[in-house]
Ligand binder design. Structure first.
Ligand SMILES: Nc1ncnc2c1ncn2[C@@H]1O[C@H](COP(=O)(O)OP(=O)(O)OP(=O)(O)O)[C@@H](O)[C@H]1O
Ligand SMILES: [Mg+2]
Length: 242
């Protein structure tokens, strides 16, 4: 197995709020890792530390064998780290295709017909091809989530970070998005997926970590982790030893 991402003693605090507390874990190439934890636990902050929009107070981020801790977000994006945002952030006045093209040209460095063909392939994969010429601002929530996926995939990621992409969807919409994410994972993309919709997560991930107050408090096989006292205590307020 090849390690694609390694967080080593990564710490970050905003004043008294600790969002990463000596965070350590590895992600293997081709893996799908799920991340759960209560609101405010530091999950999105962890993505910000991985993508470089946030700098740690201490510790390191290694990606594809290189220490990228001092790298800018743009450099990490070029190196193959892409994300979807918890709140979709498309360019609403541009079409779906134009949004995809920006990611393919700016993040993946593609040009001309190659970039256009690649975007069409990705739009087909994310089931947005019929909407290619529609303004992003007029999309439904599911379509906006699919556009987030599209933009991330157009960056040709080696590591895809998904932040609550299933949130707010109906059950049927969620199932259809899960199938798309399963297909993306099956095509070989390494995924870290933060999600509160646990059944969606469990349909895809190989391993789960639990974060609370910026600290990893459990890690392992998804169903065993969901049944663990640590998770029950966090989500249900049940004492671990009760
Ligand atoms: N730039 C910032 N400045 C100050 N505080 C911040 C900043 N970013 C995040 N925080 C705080 O850090 C804590 C963790 O936030 P984060 O967004 O990482 O949580 P989360 O686990 O993603 O939560 P949720 O499940 O609600 O999305 C929160 O208390 C948040 O208010
Ligand atoms: Mg968050």
């Amino acid at each position: 197995m090849t390690t694609i991402l390694k967080l080593d003693n990564l710490s970050k605090a905003f004043g008294a709020v600790t969002v990463a507390d000596a965070q350590c874990y590895e992600v293997q190439q081709g893996e799908a890792l799920g991340v759960i934890g209560p609101n405010g636990a530091g999950k999105t902050s962890m993505f910000n530390l991985i993508t470089g929009t946030l700098s740690p107070n201490s510790g390191t981020v290694e990606f594809a064998g290189q220490n990228v801790t001092g790298w800018s977000a743009a450099r990490r994006s070029h190196a193959g780290i892409a994300r979807s945002f918890q709140v979709p952030q498309p360019f609403v006045g541009m079409t779906v295709f134009e949004n995809a093209l920006i990611a393919a040209t700016q993040s993946a460095g593609m040009r001309g017909r190659d970039a256009e063909r690649f975007c069409l392939t990705v739009l087909d994969q994310t089931e947005l091809l019929p909407k290619a010429n529609v303004l992003a601002g007029s999309l439904t929530l599911l379509e906006r989530k699919r556009l987030e996926l599209t933009r991330a995939l157009c960056a040709k990621p080696k590591l895809l970070l998904l932040d609550e992409i299933a949130g707010g969807l109906t059950e049927a919409e969620c199932q259809s998005l899960v199938q798309t994410i399963r297909d993306i994972h099956a095509s070989g993309v390494t995924i870290i997926w933060i999600e509160h919709v646990v059944h969606a997560l469990l349909a895809v991930v190989d391993r789960l970590i639990v974060i609370d107050f910026g600290k990893k408090i459990a890690e392992g096989e998804p169903k065993a982790i969901m049944d663990s006292p640590a998770v029950k205590e966090i989500y249900l307020g049940i004492e671990a030893d009760a």
